[in-house]
Write a protein that binds this ligand. Sequence first.
Ligand SMILES: C[S@@+](CC[C@H](N)C(=O)[O-])C[C@H]1O[C@@H](n2cnc3c(N)ncnc32)[C@H](O)[C@@H]1O
Length: 210
Amino acid sequence: MRLRHVKMANNIIEASPYIVLDPFSYCSKWKELFGNDNPIHVEIGMGKGKFIIEKAINNPDINFIGIEKFDSVIVRALQKVNDKEIVNLKFIREDAFNVDKLFNKEVERIYLNFSDPWPKKRHEKRRLTSYSFLQKYDIIFKDKKYIHFKTDNRHLFEYSLISVTDYGYKIDSLSLDLHDDNLEDNVTTEYEEKFHKKGYPIYKMEISRN
Ligand SMILES: C[S@@+](CC[C@H](N)C(=O)[O-])C[C@H]1O[C@@H](n2cnc3c(N)ncnc32)[C@H](O)[C@@H]1O
């Protein structure tokens, strides 16, 4: 992004009521921010926000928080909600690496949608389903741990299946071709629509751990 665009994105982000500019100060206090004790669902790497915005609109009794590290992407999500008032939706501009400092036993469910695959072995720790991220999630989950994971990337899916089951997660449901199997209640993401249109199968698993 050119400098002028970086500045514009920053101005839009800082003026938006959806963005929590000091998210670390809300660690252990998210229910105060929302003004209720409703469950909190977090999408990590929310991209341009289609999924989490639709989820929030469809589920007013759940609080949704999207985490995205890039300004240029998060502004696209803000453009979608500018003219709306969705009181159960917030966005955090932050690297997921710090997710364990954003929440303290407050999250009911994590969504990982089309996460970056980081195919090189030396980048394994950056995968959002790696052992080191699963350890971070233990800190943020309130009680029972629920993760919903979708991807078009077969290698990442296979890696994640092994990683999460080795860690102790139980597979509650699994699809190797989501759009062929069961679309009930499926809310699509931007990447999902793109890859589905190209004819790629979408893999999904819903997992949990006590
Ligand atoms: C492939 S895109 C998928 C976006 C969206 N979830 C979807 O399905 O359309 C991955 C997104 O995750 C974000 N992302 C990747 N690693 C991240 C991290 N460590 N912390 C926060 N966001 C991250 C990227 O910036 C990008 O927007």
